[in-house]
Design a protein around this ligand. Sequence first.
Ligand code: TNX
Length: 543
Amino acid sequence: MSPTEENGDRVTGIIPAPATLEVHADATTFRLTEATRLVARGPGASEVAETLGRVLRAATGFRLPVVAGAGDADAAASDIALLVRGGPRLQTEAEGYALECGTRGVRIEAAEAAGLFWGTQTLQQLLPAEIRRAAPGAPPPGGWTAPAVSVADAPRFAYRGAMLDVARHFFPVDDVLDFIDRIALLKLNVLHLHLTDDQGWRIEIDSWPELTGIGAATSVGGDGAGFYSKDDYRRIVAHAAERFVTIVPEIDLPGHTNAALSAYPELNPDGLAPAPYDGVAVGFSTLSASPERAEATDRFLADVTREVAELTHGPWLHLGGDEPLSTPHEDYLDLVRRMTRAAAATGKTIIGWHELGASTELPAGTIGQYWGRVEADPEAAALARSFVEQGGSIILSPADAAYLDMTYPGEPVGPTGRPLGLDWAGTTSLEAAYGWEPAAIVPGLREDDLLGIEAPLWTETIATVPELEFMVFPRLAAIAEIAWSPAAAPRDFLDFAERLATLGTHLDVLGIAYHRIAGVPWVAVGGHAATPARAIAASAAAR
Ligand code: TNX
């Protein structure tokens, strides 16, 4: 059955499209009321119930207590039952869930708390957009109802990510927390933070304090300083964990290191401190591979990877490795060997941009992030295959489809009137972001070789939250669907666009300054659509 079905006058627009969805057109809808309770059972269920409860309470003003219960027997028709049944499952099945919504209430069941949480995201999308309000007001005209549906769902890929470049422009903790909430509503489960680059070092490292003392002072265009203290970073990790999102920290090495070199010139091949950099060029900085600097370099690699690993709950550390344009190839291979060994010693699994595949000595399981094209890209594909040949897997971020910093066609004016985005990989329409098949990107790989999909947002041209939102939404919804929905599902753009229009009403209530791209039947929500202008004012006031 198509994921979009009419039920009464509400379209069931779930993004990403669930694996299976049945709409019971004749059945009674579910009604959330003053009497509704969240009935939780199983490991982690009450925490998921609390997270859901905070959203529902804020919008409705209802009490919505979380109570322990056995599920079916204890849950009334006005209740939402949240059950974790436990038991061993495959990784993707672990994130799966079943949802029943209708006359007998809502029942979401999952093997693990993560799946339960994704089920609660589906439920929120089934409710009226007003459920996203931060403060209670009058209920929507039809009440707090959700259509009668049965959903059985699980993700295609285990790794479903977005990346935020906080090095070119810094985004304070609260902006990152909001971004986590927004990617989680699309069932993305990874936020990759690009923490270091030529323009700034954004994570505190106790043993090398000038990395942020000196290295965090600028950003592109001289737009200001910023870094995360360790406590800031712990807040980000904790907020993400509550939403079943893993933070992947990236320390970009051995290139993209001007900020580090300006703080510690002993790491620079010429031993001199370069000036801080606020331009947008790439490939001009490198760590030194020289034996006379080896002691400092190896101490730096060991200390930084150790301290970052200590802050990291997830299994992955990203070491960059991209665009080593001023590192001689032999030096690059030497530095990759040393930095991957330092990182592997922390016990984490390494991720690197596909250039890292030039090394044949990668630690076991090292993951490559492909940023070649959807169109045939033999060189990038060969580097990507090298990770698989060495026992690792691949994350796909094709630059001509999944790069959220590529401009939209037609050069639309962004919410702040500034030109936004780059176009070195072309302009990227919503159709292009939606219209690619992961299995067809790197010839020779099997489905099992693909760990997942990630959509990066590089921020050379993006300095504020409304600008970020304009570039990210709605294209991230397309990427999320590719990452989650079954390979066999037909990718029907018109169907997607209709569901996106429904999601748009939710984004409106959240005050997200998304791009109301042509070709989507966007609808207005009565009376309360938070205008991008308001979001811009709020963001400007915060800066
Ligand atoms: C390439 S993609 C880069 C980044 C830039 C980006 C801009 C990759 C691994 N490196 O340094 O920010 O293009 O789109």
